[in-house]
Design a protein around this ligand. Structure first.
Ligand code: ADP
Ligand code: ZN
Ligand code: ZN
Length: 745
């Protein structure tokens, strides 16, 4: 295709970015262009727009004949396209009310052709700088001799003489000097204009002041290992296994400071930027403008600016969610992954990469250090550290030796046996009464996954499901509607069962709204704030809720997973977990790991300041090892149990999994194709040592009317299997998704 415009005067990709993209495409079986797209700013890589322009050769006579029968506007528009092309529909809409019809006519008669251009929104905005082109003396002389009616030109010259010799367009505007005046002086050779990229920064301000602190012995030990590694300029990786409140953030900050001292850049990944404004604030306080923050709510332009500052070496530190990993940091020296066990590090669309694996690959190629941090490392990561793949750094003490919170496990079956039916147990109620009396704060976690409020007919057992998604509809009391959480469709609540016409329709489960009602009834004076998907729609809504809670505007913060993570609020002394075990029964081999991590993180919110903390965990499974270990803050006990089970069943880390999903609108075709594929895979020579399991329907076997069937491969020879799958052309089939190291199986 012909070149329309040159966007970058320096190549965007350096060899490290290119080689990381190659690694990604080999490992995750995506195309190189899909992998490269990740390195280009903009939510999903380059955004293109349709635009129109003149064809290579234009037959003006034929055009004139065709247009003679059309309104005059047609001719005007066509001339405009020929003169300005490529022109987008949005551009044309400014000229006429119905450009679409005209475009259709032009295309039909081959008077124009369409082209994809890079969306204009993706480009950096620029500012114009006006410089004096002559000496100050000459300028002053000319200013004196200008006739009276050239007042604007005099003003501009005066302003330039007063300024350090140049001005920006914004300054011109405030002096009410027009472009016309600039042009006139430029024509006389008195001034020149040049363009500079303008960088937007939506995270400006909001800095915390961090007092100088003495490192704890464990922080000093960690940095004693990490800092020399950064100095060698060779790739090394660390796992910092630090209990909640052990001061991992300060270790990250000092490590980054060392990389910066050596003039190398750092990427800091956090699971979800909206929940981690405290980390951002600490980095900003330490490094100021050297930090750029990436998050999904940045506009494409802001993202583009941030990346250009990194590429130009004007910033040295990027903090963001997984996509920040692809920042153009040409001097990369350090990658930090905080809460490395979080599943948000896995991208659930092609390329289905895991940020931890990509970070290790990119750092290997760049000679950079990787620091993985967590209170509950992923079983795979911990296993690797024990094998010596990562240097292991334990941090077992909280800062100031604050004790870990004391945990009470409440068996909800006992509660029921004693005639207490409330979702809030006696122990939880007692704890809340005590801490509220002391004006302390509490966090209440409702682990909603698999426990939302669904609607069931008591007569025939029918559960109301989404007609498109094969999943139970969720009841939202605030709007009295049923909603599908997969396709977001709304349904009204029926009066009678659609199957048996019975009137005995009941709502089950404990949604956050239901728990909120129960809390409000038990503690009428308490100020309660709820944080879940329903309340966190707007920009930075999480942040607002968390800061209001941190500021003491509320007594109780209630919500799903998101209340369990990251924040450090000294006045929170109590944590209540409504249903510790709801995720345990999910058909997922990581169910115990997810439960343990969530319980540990949630408990870790309590007692982080000088006051000690307490936790009440309500469960129907008090004997389960994930609950026992979670209550005892005992990662080792959990790991020993879990790793034995993984070894026995050949799950990761003892094997790699590959999930192949066959999907389509026709259920029968999907099943036939999946059966055929499973048979082919079983016979494939490269898969002789691998186990092919399935096909079996996906756990939600239909989403938005598309049926999905899975095949699972377990292998100890992933590269061989990947080569075989690539050979079968699976990566390019549109009805197949290949997911290497899937998170949801
Ligand atoms: P983690 O990320 O390990 O849960 P944080 O990094 O949030 O822990 O640290 C917990 C608290 O301890 C924070 O309020 C932090 O400012 C404070 N802190 C960290 N290191 C020190 C230190 N060396 N001296 C005093 N306070 C510290
Ligand atoms: Zn649906
Ligand atoms: Zn019924």
């Amino acid at each position: 295709k012909s070149i329309l415009e040159i966007l970058d005067h320096v190549p965007w990709f350096d060899s490290n970015m290119l080689n990381t993209a190659r690694w990604l495409s080999d490992y995750y079986l995506c195309s190189l262009s899909e992998a490269m797209r990740l390195f280009i700013p903009g939510q999903s890589g380059i955004k293109t727009q349709k635009a129109y322009q003149a064809p290579a050769s234009v037959d003006f006579e034929q055009a004139a004949v065709l247009l003679s029968k059309k309104p005059a506007e047609f001719r005007t528009l066509l001339t405009y396209i020929y003169e300005h092309g490529p022109v987008t529909l949005t551009d044309l809409a400014k000229l006429t009310s119905d450009p679409a019809a005209m475009i259709k006519f032009f295309l039909q008669h081959k008077l124009i052709i369409s082209a994809d251009i890079v969306s204009k929104r993706g480009k950096a905005s620029v500012t114009t700088i006006i410089d004096l082109a002559v000496s100050r003396e000459t300028a002053a002389q000319i200013e004196q001799t200008l006739p009276k009616n050239k007042a604007a030109q005099r003003r501009l010259l005066n302003a330039l003489l007063a300024a350090p010799g140049n001005l920006t367009t914004a300054q011109l505007r405030s002096l009410s000097i027009t472009q016309d005046t600039v042009k006139k002086l430029a024509e006389q050779g008195l001034i020149t204009t040049r363009q500079l990229p303008l960088f937007r920064n939506s995270y400006a301000g909001g800095c915390l002041q961090t007092p100088a602190v003495n490192l704890t012995p464990e922080q000093a030990y960690a940095l004693g290992l990490i800092i020399p590694a950064i100095n060698t300029g060779l790739h090394t990786s660390f796992l910092v296994h630090g209990v909640t409140g052990s001061g991992k953030t300060l270790v990250y900050i000092r490590a980054v400071a060392e990389a910066r001292r050596l003039n190398r850049q750092a990427i800091v990944l956090v699971p979800e930027i909206a929940l981690t404004s405290q980390i951002v604030a600490r980095f900003k306080a330490a490094f100021g403008e050297d930090v750029v923050v990436m998050h999904s709510k940045l506009s494409v332009g802001e993202r583009h600016d941030a990346w250009r500052r990194l590429q130009a070496g004007q910033a040295g530190i990027v903090i963001g969610a997984r996509s920040a990993l692809f920042a153009p940091a040409g001097q990369l020296g350090l990658i930090i992954i905080d809460e490395e066990h979080e599943f948000t590090y896995k991208q659930e669309e092609t390329p289905r990469y895991h940020a931890r694996e990509v970070a290790l690959a990119r750092a290997r190629l760049a000679g950079a250090v990787v620091v993985l941090g967590s209170a509950t490392p992923a079983v795979e990561t911990y296993y690797k550290a024990r094998q010596g793949d990562h240097v292991f750094i334990p941090m077992n003490q909280r800062v100031d030796n604050t004790p870990m919170p004391e945990v009470t496990v409440v068996d909800m079956r006992q509660e029921l046996a004693q005639g207490r039916r409330s979702v809030i147990s006696q122990a939880l109620k007692d704890m809340l009464t005590e801490i509220l009396a002391r004006q302390e704060q509490a966090v209440i976690l409702l682990n909603r996954r698999g426990y939302s409020t669904f609607v069931l007919c008591r007569e025939c057992g029918h559960v109301l499901k989404c007609p498109h998604c094969d999943i139970a509809l969720v009841y939202h009391a605030s709007a009295t509607v049923l909603r599908c959480h997969y396709c977001r469709e709304r349904h009204t609540v029926p009066d009678i069962c659609p199957v048996c016409s019975s009137r005995y329709i009941r709502y089950f489960g404990a949604g956050t709204q239901k728990v909120e009602e129960a809390l409000a009834a038990a503690f009428p004076a308490a100020r309660i704030i709820r944080m879940d998907q329903d309340t966190t729609g707007g920009k930075m809504a999480h942040d607002k809720i968390l800061s209001a809670f941190a500021a003491g505007t509320y007594d109780i913060l209630l919500g799903t997973q998101m209340v369990a993570k990251g924040h450090d609020i000294p006045n929170v002394t109590a944590v209540g977990i409504i249903s510790a075990d709801t995720a345990l029964n999910l058909p997922d081999f990581r169910a115990a790991e997810k439960t343990f991590a969530l319980l540990t993180q949630a408990a870790g919110r309590a007692g982080r300041g000088k006051k000690s903390g307490r936790v009440v965990m309500q469960t129907y499974n008090p004997e389960h090892y994930a609950i026992i270990a979670g209550a005892g803050h005992n990662y080792q006990a959990f790991y020993q149990h879990e790793i034995t089970f993984r070894r026995q069943l050949h799950y990761p880390p003892y094997a790699n999994l590959v999930k192949i999903t066959v999907h389509g609108a026709d259920e029968i075709t999907v099943h036939r194709n999946a059966n055929q594929l499973a048979a082919d895979l079983t016979q494939a020579p490269g898969l002789a040592d691998a186990a092919v399991i399935g096909p079996f329907p996906a756990s939600v076997n239909k989403i938005k009317d598309i049926f999905r069937v899975n095949i699972l491969i377990k292998t100890q020879e992933l590269p061989t299997v990947a080569k075989q799958l690539a050979g079968l052309g699976l990566a390019s089939r549109r009805d197949i998704i290949v997911d290497i190291d899937p998170i949801n199986v």
